[in-house]
Design a protein around this ligand. Structure first.
Ligand code: SF4
Length: 326
């Protein structure tokens, strides 16, 4: 965990298995400063595995709204349900048992086992990949940080302090987050400078190297159907979000395709965004209230005042506000 995170959570909280799981999953694809804005509210709403397991999915997604990669929120809920049903509410300590639970991968399982239970296993996350690749001067291209992790596990295992695994792993992550940073690492004051091959070769800042990412372009056309008070929205299906397929359960502006609209009205907004490998152009058209031929049960008229109560993806929330202010 990074210092801001460590400073913000007490030792008691850090060692509580449920809070370790929540922070670990939140930090997987979100910066620590953003996580800090969500963590306390999440713990207030869902303080235990039991509370999360029983919470309605819409409420869970609402609490996650704006952090992106919503699969994590759904998996956390599935994980809580599995812990309650199969583990009598207790998180297992064993890495393989943790790995078998929904939403916990091999690397998260190691982090959770170490940070929650002080199990002597070395963690490898993006920060640690960076630190080790620089220390050892590993100058070869990887597809991504997660694709590189298996190659660094052995080195991380050799470095592990067996007596204080949680402290060691936390220190490694903090070192990567605060000293051996992605850009402008603090090499001049770094205590590892004399041992660092990347620094000696003057290539530290270029490591780890990643292959250029292949991107796919997509155009998504959406409808703005507004009667002066209510907006027609559609809830994403599993795997059917028009943009990336990972937003199911969230409400969004319906696509023309889903509504069967062939002749939309004026273009009102054009937005560009990137999600994983996709470069998406979202075009929002005005559509008359009587024009939507289909869309099924997942369509709902939502009053302007109710918007704050439903889970909307971050960009959709911004577009709707922009269109309402238009
Ligand atoms: S000398 Fe620089 S690159 Fe090497 S470990 Fe220290 S901060 Fe990282």
């Amino acid at each position: 965990m990074q210092r801001a995170y460590a400073d913000s959570l007490s030792d008691t909280v850090k060692r509580d298995p449920y809070s370790v799981v929540v922070s670990e999953v939140m930090l997987q694809q979100t910066q620590v400063n953003t996580v800090l804005k969500y963590y306390d509210n999440w713990m207030r709403l869902f303080p235990t595995f039991d509370a999360l397991a029983k919470a309605p999915l819409e409420k869970v997604l609402k609490a996650w709204q704006g952090m992106g990669y919503y699969t994590r929120a759904r998996n956390l809920k599935k994980l809580a349900q599995a812990v309650m049903k199969e583990r009598h509410g207790e998180l297992p300590r064993d890495v393989e048992d943790l790995d078998a639970l929904p939403g916990i991968g091999k690397y998260s399982a190691r982090s959770i086992a170490s940070l929650a239970f002080d199990v002597p296993v070395a963690c490898v996350d993006g920060n640690i990949v960076r630190v080790i690749s620089r220390l050892l001067g590993i100058d070869k291209p990887f597809k991504s940080s997660s694709a590189a992790m298996p190659e660094f596990q052995e080195n991380a295992d050799q470095l592990l302090n067996q007596k204080h695994p949680a402290l060691h792993n936390e220190a490694m992550m903090e070192f990567g987050a605060l000293v051996c940073t992605k850009a402008n690492p603090s090499c001049a004051s770094c205590p590892m400078k004399g041992l660092c091959r990347g620094h000696a070769l003057r290539i530290a800042e270029k490591l780890p190297r990643f292959e250029p990412r292949k991107t796919e372009e997509k155009i998504v056309r959406r409808a703005w159907i507004y009667d002066g008070d209510k907006i027609l929205l559609q809830q994403s299906h599993p795997g059917r979000s028009a943009a990336t397929g990972n937003l199911y359960g969230l409400w969004e502006l319906p696509t023309l395709e889903a509504l069967g609209v062939r002749r939309p009205g004026k273009e009102l907004l054009r937005k560009h965004r990137g999600i994983t490998k996709y470069k998406i152009t979202e075009i929002i058209h005005r559509v008359g209230t009587g024009q939507a031929a289909s869309g099924g049960k997942r369509l709902r008229w939502i009053g302007k005042r109710k918007l704050a109560q439903i889970p909307l993806s971050g960009p959709h929330g911004k577009w709707i506000r922009e269109l309402l202010d238009h």
